[in-house]
Design a binder for this molecule. Structure first.
Ligand code: PMP
Length: 399
């Protein structure tokens, strides 16, 4: 029997999907389940997006398209990022892909040779680790524990970049913590990056429209424009417009990188489908009331989640200011037991919470921080309060 490639030993199915599947299965068995597990938006894009897709279907050419993305898509993306102050780029600085995940994978292939340093923070979005492992990069984790609000400090970054990693991958707002870096924090990190010219910087900022409390979205190139020749910004339709299944992602950065990603497209996918392209153009350049309304909804839900968590003795939660996640430190539960089941770690806690209370969350170890627990608050609003109450009850019942 021939063997699978060795890299398959390093590639794992997503831990988030494992929890989501278990919750789905229990629901199918008739259990009353509230899912705070998967980070899917609970909304759809406006009618104009569906109208554009229908129109494209009527006029579908049936042909292969551009490896980089159609001109109208690239122009729509350029217009979209101008609204967050990323100006002065041209089509040659951009490329597209089957979601941000695919763009990140393409960037990894384009920038990292086996053994190259690949630095990113913990807690991290799960795929960063998988992409690094599949590509055999030398992964350098930068621990950002709850005591520092899950944020990277300039001194930490300075020490990390002194080791000359080939790529530093940064994520703001963060999945899983929801933390958002302020303008001053970004400026301080940008000052450090300027001192280390050997590292590409990828900012995976797909939640850039989901920022609360008027903190605003800030990028290293806002603070230090000279970084434009090393910084790659990654965006996606998935969370902003409630279009995860449409699979459209984008990058803007140095021409050489955009061309490399386009070359990877020519080998992997050829092009985004015409219908997806039309829907994406409509989403990016049409009315923006869907993301604006959702931002308000999520900010209100964030307040509810944080208030509920703060009321649990011993649980702490740095206040998230973006995306739709909270990441409390739940280590107070470790060593206690619930209904006779010992809670040794975050995985035990998630299993016990799901079994006893029907609430699905993702263990922090899936993101490299075993003291945490990710709560994704995209569930329908009426489920939020009961779900949070069940979590409070669970902690109250620990002995
Ligand atoms: N980056 C982050 C931080 C994410 O949370 C996600 C989706 N969960 C992605 C990238 C991938 O997004 P897409 O659906 O565009 O592939």
């Amino acid at each position: 029997m021939p063997q699978l490639a060795k890299r398959m030993g390093r590639a794992k199915p997503s831990a988030i999907m494992v929890v989501a599947e278990k919750a789905k299965q229990l629901k199918a068995e008739g259990r009353d389940i509230i899912s705070f597990s998967i980070g899917v938006p609970n909304f759809l894009p406006g009618d104009h997006v569906y109208a554009a897709a229908r129109e494209a279907l009527e006029h579908d050419s049936g042909q292969y398209g551009s490896n980089r993305g159609s001109n109208d898509l690239l122009d729509a993306f350029l217009g979209h990022i101008e609204q967050i102050g990323l100006t002065g780029y041209t089509r040659a600085n951009c490329s597209t892909g089957i979601g941000a995940k695919h763009i990140l994978y393409n960037l990894g292939e384009a920038l990292l040779d086996p053994g190259d340093g690949f630095a990113f923070c913990t807690p991290y979005w799960t795929s960063y680790l998988d992409i690094g492992e599949i590509l055999e990069a030398d992964i350098q984790l930068l621990p950002c524990p709850p005591e520092q609000d899950y944020k990277l400090t300039p001194a930490q970054l300075d020490a990390a970049l002194a080791k000359k990693p080939k790529v530093f991958l940064f994520n703001n707002p963060s999945n899983p913590t929801g933390m958002v870096y302020t303008k001053d924090e970004i400026a301080a990190l940008a000052d450090v990056i300027v001192k280390h010219p050997d590292t590409w910087v990828v900012t995976d900022d797909i939640y850039n429209r989901m920022v609360f409390d008027d903190v605003g979205y800030h990028n290293f190139v806002h603070a230090r424009p000279e970084l434009r020749d090393r910084v790659v910004f990654v965006d996606s339709l998935s969370k902003t417009y409630g279009m995860p299944g449409w699979r459209a992602g984008f990058m803007v950065g140095p021409e050489v990188v955009a061309t490399a990603v386009t070359t990877m497209n020519s080998n992997h996918i050829t092009n985004l489908p015409e219908i997806v392209t039309a829907a994406a153009v409509a989403a990016l350049s049409g009315p923006q009331d869907v993301p604006a309304a959702r931002r308000e909804e999520f900010q209100a839900k964030r307040d509810q989640v944080v208030a509920a968590l703060k009321a649990i003795p011993g649980v702490t939660c740095p206040v998230p200011q973006g995306a739709f996640y909270a990441f409390p430190d739940i280590s107070v539960a470790f060593g206690k037991s619930h209904n006779g089941k010992v809670i040794g770690n975050d995985v035990d806690l998630c299993n016990a919470l799901l079994d006893a209370k029907g609430v699905a969350c993702v263990p922090g170890s899936a993101f490299g921080e075993p003291r945490g627990l990710r709560i994704s608050y995209t569930c329908p609003t009426p489920q939020l309060a009961p779900g949070l109450q069940r979590i409070q009850e669970f902690f109250a019942e620990l002995i």
